[in-house]
Design a binder for this molecule. Structure first.
Ligand SMILES: O=C(O)CCC(=O)C(=O)O
Ligand SMILES: [Fe+2]
Length: 187
């Protein structure tokens, strides 16, 4: 998974006109990546519940292995419709995260997604979250910004963002969880 992530980051760098290894430095030492094992039990009222509510992944990439049962849905931007991601045997689903959105200064966008449950089958999924080192200062890459395309985000420290997110994730809160749009520079 890690090797694949490095490869995918190379392709993203090339697609942005950067040198292939541009992102490597953020992950070489003390990256904060991890794998989560998700279990979604059967649900008698799948219309009334969600496995995971709508969100965007906060890291650089997510590589998701889902087993025999589908359930991941992505919000289509044009009409805000939730589209089910097809189950392809032995294939990973690659999701771009918020960090790539910030690094690319919005050239890439992390998609909103959610997980639905079903009444017949329980579901298992295993996402690998490719996260940089804690000290990483996340901000649009200097090579990609100029007078015509000014930086759209203020820099933020990844470690702090992560701790804040983990501390608030499973609590009821009156305010929104920490999000990259809090760092957005209004233009
Ligand atoms: O279980 C899935 O298919 C996706 C879970 C997910 O979106 C997440 O853990 O961030
Ligand atoms: Fe997710």
């Amino acid at each position: 998974m890690e090797k694949l992530s490095f490869k995918l980051m190379e392709l993203i760098a090339l697609s942005l006109g950067l040198e292939a290894k541009r992102f490597e430095e953020f992950f070489m030492k003390d990256q904060t990546s991890f794998i989560r094992l998700n279990h979604y039990p059967r649900c008698p009222n799948p219309d009334l519940a969600l496995g995971v509510g709508p969100h965007k992944d906060i890291g650089a990439l997510t590589i998701l292995a889902q087993e025999e049962v589908a359930g991941l849905e992505v919000k289509r931007k044009v009409d805000e419709e939730w589209i089910r991601v097809k189950l392809i045997p032995d294939a990973y689903i690659i999701n771009l995260g918020d960090i790539v959105q910030v690094w690319s200064n919005d050239a890439f966008e992390s998609p909103e997604h959610r997980v639905v449950v079903n009444s017949e089958k329980e579901r298992f999924s295993t996402p690998f979250f490719f996260f940089p080192a804690q000290e990483t200062e996340v901000k649009p890459l200097e090579e990609l910004i100029n007078d015509q395309n000014p930086s759209k985000y203020r820099p933020y420290k990844w470690g702090k963002f992560l701790v804040h997110r983990f501390n608030t994730n499973f609590k009821k809160r009156k305010v929104d969880n920490i999000q990259i749009y809090h760092y957005k520079i209004k233009g």
